[in-house]
Design a protein around this ligand. Structure first.
Ligand code: ARG
Length: 458
């Protein structure tokens, strides 16, 4: 007999059980469900809604259920529909009739809202820690390769020389924003929903703030209808995970590119790459590819929950049971991705020589030649035109800008002096970009110092 079986004359169809049930996936919230129920029972006793002895029996019973689940003895049965009813049914089996008092002044609608908020609070903190570890990894790589120069690209064309450490710190900034987003969304997650009842509140004299305190929530939700139907916090977390995933995918793409023989900027560690079953020479960047690929699943989960919610009238609708599998999958996926991604990055070998090799082909210092003239008061636009002509001249004569003689330079403009070659050396191009947030060793050091201060306070 179902816990809600009173008004029914017939057993539910087998296929309905399978379709309707959520226990196969919501069982992972068992601990939150039990802790929530204990707090609720304490509140009922404090408010004289149940007797103190009854509360003690209920609490003991619930702790016994917890033990059974943890030790693997508990039988999860689809007939019980969801984790909430499975635990309540087992409680009644253990403590008898008194267990039936637990669900006073509560509905599964506010109960499930509580469980999922508690579960996501816990997981959000785990993701936060993993993000901090990734940030530390990026700073470590930046520090180790402080002055390694690489070509910087726009439109995937060589643009200006940059420091590899600057490149790593760009990702640091992205993931740091993700961390801030997690922190911010936590405030909205951290609101206690129990006491909304099925939708309209309850006639019992409950104390929601007491439950909030017991369960370490700083505040309670303000509108019972919103409370049982709100899944914004799931969407928000799914979005943040999507953003993290998108950021990882971008770096993964670069790692894949850098590890090709064409680039050869990096070598992945053997422990974090795989071989081919047919081509013995191959070392594949599978981790980076999977990180890039899993982004699809994670974005899908975000679209899924947004779509589930878009047409829902007030208040609770069973549709929202579809909120769980997606976010659980996103959480599982992002956690393992963050761990393995960081390991892959910190163990990769940087091929310093290949990064600078041929960097001067492609006129990567052309902007600096134009800046040279502009600093001598020529309008930048005019300087830009002259250097354009210089580039054409170099192409025709198969020369690099740095290989031109002063006479050749002067043929284009009288302002060129004999310091031109030094001024447009690759090192100079990098280290003269001292603007705040720029790529010089000096500017990147400022970024790394600030990152250290931030991470030391974590
Ligand atoms: N398993 C349900 C869910 O995940 C719990 C709430 C069900 N409430 C109800 N009245 N059917 O949403």
């Amino acid at each position: 007999m179902k816990l809600w079986g009173g008004r029914f004359n017939k057993e539910t169809a087998k296929i309905l059980e399978e379709f309707n049930g959520s226990i196969n996936f919501d069982k992972r919230m068992y601990e939150e469900d039990i802790m929530g129920s204990i707090a609720h029972s304490k509140m009922l006793a404090k408010q004289d809604i149940i007797e103190k002895e009854e509360q003690l029996k209920i609490e003991d019973g619930l702790l016994q259920v917890l033990k059974e689940i943890k030790s693997g003895k508990f039988i999860f049965d689809l007939k019980d529909e969801d984790i909430h009813m499975a635990i309540e049914k087992r409680l009644i089996e253990i403590v008898g009739e008194v267990g039936g008092k637990l669900h006073t002044a509560r509905s599964r609608n506010d109960q499930v809202a509580l469980d999922i908020r508690m579960y996501l609070k816990k997981e959000s903190k785990v993701i936060e820690e993993l993000l901090v570890e990734l940030l530390e990894g990026l700073v470590e790589i930046a520090k180790k390769n402080k002055d390694v120069i690489m070509p910087g690209y726009t439109h995937m064309q060589r643009a200006q020389p940059i420091l590899f450490s600057h490149h790593m710190m760009a990702y640091y900034e992205m993931f740091k924003r993700d961390l801030e987003r997690l922190n911010d969304s936590y405030k909205r997650l951290n609101v206690m929903p129990l006491g909304a009842g099925a939708l309209a509140g309850t006639t019992y004299n409950i104390d929601r703030h007491f439950v909030a305190k017991e369960l370490e929530f700083p505040e309670v939700t303000k509108n019972s209808l919103d409370t049982v139907s709100d899944r914004d916090f799931i969407i928000e977390l799914n979005f943040i995970i999507s953003m993290i995933s998108m950021h990882m995918s971008r770096l993964a793409e670069e790692v894949i590119m850098w590890s090709t023989s064409e680039f050869s900027f990096i070598n992945l560690d053997d422990a974090y790459s795989t071989g081919s079953s047919i081509m013995p020479q191959k070392k594949n960047p599978d981790i980076a590819e999977l990180i890039r690929g899993k982004t699809g699943r994670i974005f899908g989960n975000l679209m899924g929950i947004l779509t589930v919610m878009k047409g829902l009238p007030m208040a609770y609708n069973k549709d929202t049971q579809e909120d769980k599998e997606g976010i659980f999958d996103s959480i599982d996926t992002i956690k393992i991705s963050l761990i393995i991604f960081k390991e892959m990055l910190v163990t990769m070998k940087i091929n310093k020589k290949n990064m600078v090799k041929g960097i001067e082909n492609g006129f990567i210092n052309a902007t600096d030649v134009a800046d040279y003239l502009a600093k001598k008061k020529l309008p930048f636009r005019e300087a830009h035109r002259i250097v354009g002509e210089l580039v054409v001249y170099c192409e025709v004569n198969k020369k690099r800008l740095s290989e031109l003689t002063l006479k050749e330079f002067k043929g284009f403009n009288e302002l060129f002096e004999d310091d031109i070659n030094e001024k447009i050396s690759i090192e100079n191009c990098v280290n003269e970009r001292k603007s705040y947030g720029g790529t010089s060793v000096e500017s990147v050091k400022v970024q790394i110092d600030q990152a250290n201060i931030f991470l030391n306070n974590k």
